[in-house]
Design a protein around this ligand. Structure first.
Ligand code: COA
Length: 577
């Protein structure tokens, strides 16, 4: 089918549907929801068989849904309506939630249902984590069912019978900040956590915790402390520990409330948002960012290094901490070291928000890229054991190339990779990609041109597609828990296998050969010379793209590589929309 995605942005759910539908032979073009007239034009130019709206905040214009079948992906159970479906589901403690694919009609989220899927709500999961995992999986299943029904042509979708025992969903109002408000004196840690999780990553909970209003994000349960509820008690790197009535919470990130319409604030580590209020807090452990685990005994000994950086973004300080943790991990007696990233993201490269907030974003970009390169260099130069990158979550830009430095990359089937930098203002990229990528693509039977294509096409890849390009070596695991369990089992088998020592020896020899042919430092110097131009040169595209990204400036057009219907020679409507 020719399918037009009408979406607010090319977010993770939209990317996943895009790769999965394309893999099933559908042709998918994308139009961002910018204005009704632009949507009408896209439908006229593309003449799609149907429109799918994976992530939409506004109604589809009547001129479109009256003429083309439009399916809305709603992150709620059948009958649920409203823009804060997941937020309410978390705050209300729903045990089971769902995704409904319904036909667009005059009333938002009230049209006939084409398909619906349910899932168990994960305990203590944030909204964004549920969205990237359970919701995305259920949405894919429901969209595939709906497409089968559309193709069969004999399905008559029915409007939800709201109020009947089978239909539990109801219309819910938008969740206002008053609904989200935290009462540090009365609420239990569970209640506070549910409210904070229901607002992560957008819009956050507005709270005067730091003496002035700010949106709070990235909450985690902490150890009990002896202090009045609502008191700031400690800090750990960028996060702050707050006493609660029956325990404590870590708040990792915050965003100052804007003081005027043109005062644009963005998310940063909490201690950076409120340096004065947090400067004198004692530094302690407890914010769960980097963690090392040892598994197995004897020849089966492996180490797993977890680095769950919020949103997968890695600032200079985080890269430095990761490098120190990596070096410490190498001092442990393991035969295989697994780099596990975080549960939601493996890594998304340098920390664009922290860079944006720096006095000199160019200088901070330079420091950050060097710090992440130091991590990559340590991974590539590990020749005394095998290193596995285990992608539980998505990876983007430098985060993908960091993984490629490992001896093998394993990924969960649901993982999406964005192995390119160009979307960030034509950034050249570093992380030794010029060393690792061509070698991997060649090993998978590809050419140098194909390696270039991976970088140039600017599109996401599923784990399976990444495997055909040689970026990923194995794809397995029904879900994250199964993936990590199998990763540990596979890594232990590898550690204990008869081949292990030979593999390590081969790797050392290969590295020596490569180094003699062209030193790793030369790859880095060349990449960084290009990056220096991106950061300090007269072309400010990277700085502009970064500012737009961090400030979440709504797009004013759909990029050409996504909007297949907007090729230069396709200017005539294909059908009357
Ligand atoms: N630095 C800072 N924040 C980042 C980030 C980065 N490198 N990458 C992602 N984020 C943040 C987003 O701003 C968003 O924040 P929010 O919670 O406030 O909404 C969150 O992570 C999730 O990102 P989003 O874009 O919504 O996720 P996605 O899964 O839909 O898209 C990417 C994934 C990788 C395509 C997209 O995040 C991206 O392009 N990131 C930038 C990658 C990059 O250019 N890195 C620098 C070069 S190494």
């Amino acid at each position: 089918m020719r399918i037009l995605f009408l979406t607010r942005s090319f977010n993770s759910l939209t990317q996943r549907l895009h790769v999965e539908l394309a893999a099933r032979g559908h042709e998918v073009s994308i139009e961002f929801d910018i204005a009704d007239s632009v949507t009408e034009e896209a439908v006229a130019l593309y003449a799609p068989d149907l429109v799918i709206a994976p992530f939409l905040k506004r109604a589809i214009p009547e001129s479109v849904w009256r003429n083309v079948l439009c399916l809305i992906v709603h992150p709620g159970i059948v009958g649920d309506r409203g823009a804060c479906a997941l937020d309410w589901a978390i705050v209300n403690g729903e045990r089971e939630w769902g995704v409904t694919v319904l036909q667009a009609e005059a009333e938002m989220d009230a049209g006939p249902v084409w398909a619906s899927e349910t899932f168990a709500m994960r305990a203590e999961a944030s909204k964004s984590s549920l969205y990237r995992n359970e919701v995305t999986e259920a949405a894919l299943r429901a969209v595939l069912v709906a497409l089968d029904r559309v193709a069969a042509g004999d399905h008559v979708p029915q409007p939800p019978q709201v109020g009947t025992p089978e239909v539990r969903g109801i219309a819910r109002p938008p969740m206002k900040q008053a609904d989200r408000a935290l009462d540090w004196q009365r609420h239990s840690t569970d209640q506070l956590l549910a409210r904070l999780h229901a607002a992560d990553g957008v819009p956050g909970v507005l709270d005067p915790l730091f003496g002035e209003p700010a949106y709070l994000f990235d909450a985690h349960r902490g150890a009990p402390v002896d202090a009045a509820p609502g008191t700031l008690v400690a800090r750990c790197h960028g996060a702050v520990q707050v006493a609660t009535r029956d325990g404590s919470l870590w708040i990792g990130h915050g965003r100052r409330a804007p003081r005027a319409a043109d005062d644009i604030q963005f998310k940063l580590p909490a201690t950076q948002v409120f340096p004065a209020q947090t400067a004198n807090l004692p530094e302690t452990d407890g914010y769960p960012e980097i963690r090392y685990e040892a598994h197995g005994i004897g020849d089966e000994r492996i180490g797993v290094l977890h680095f769950a950086f919020y949103n997968g973004a890695m600032s200079t300080a985080q890269c430095e901490r990761l490098l120190a943790a990596y070096q410490e991990a190498l001092r442990q007696p393991s035969r295989v070291l697994v780099l596990a990233g975080g549960p939601d993201f493996f890594s998304n490269g340098i920390h664009l928000n922290v860079i944006e907030a720096a006095a000199s974003p160019a200088d901070e970009s330079w420091r950050n890229i060097n710090a992440i390169d130091d991590v990559c260099e340590a991974v590539i130069n590990t020749t005394d054991r095998l290193v596995i990158a285990a992608l539980q979550g998505n990876a983007g830009a430098g985060g993908v190339f960091m993984a490629l430095g490992a001896d093998a990359v394993w990924a969960r089937p649901a993982v999406i990779l964005n192995p390119h930098y160009k979307n960030m203002g034509n950034l050249y990229g570093s992380e030794y990609w010029t060393y690792t990528l061509p070698r991997r693509v060649k090993r998978a039977g590809g050419s140098a041109a194909q390696a270039r294509q991976v970088m140039d096409n600017r599109l996401p890849l599923s784990a399976a597609q990444a495997r055909t390009h040689g970026l990923v070596d194995a794809v397995f695991g029904a879900d994250r828990v199964a993936f990590m369990a199998e990763t540990i089992a596979r890594a232990q088998r590898l550690a204990a296998s008869a081949d292990h020592d030979a593999l390590v020896r081969d790797k050392m020899k290969r590295r020596e050969r490569d180094e003699a042919e062209r030193p790793l430092a030369a790859y880095r110097a060349d990449e960084l010379a290009r990056m220096r131009r991106n950061f300090y040169g007269f072309d400010s595209s990277y700085h502009i793209a970064r500012t737009y990204f961090v400030q979440k400036t709504p797009p004013s057009w759909t990029p050409r590589h996504l909007a297949l219907h907007r090729t230069p020679n396709n200017t005539e409507p294909k059908a009357a929309a």
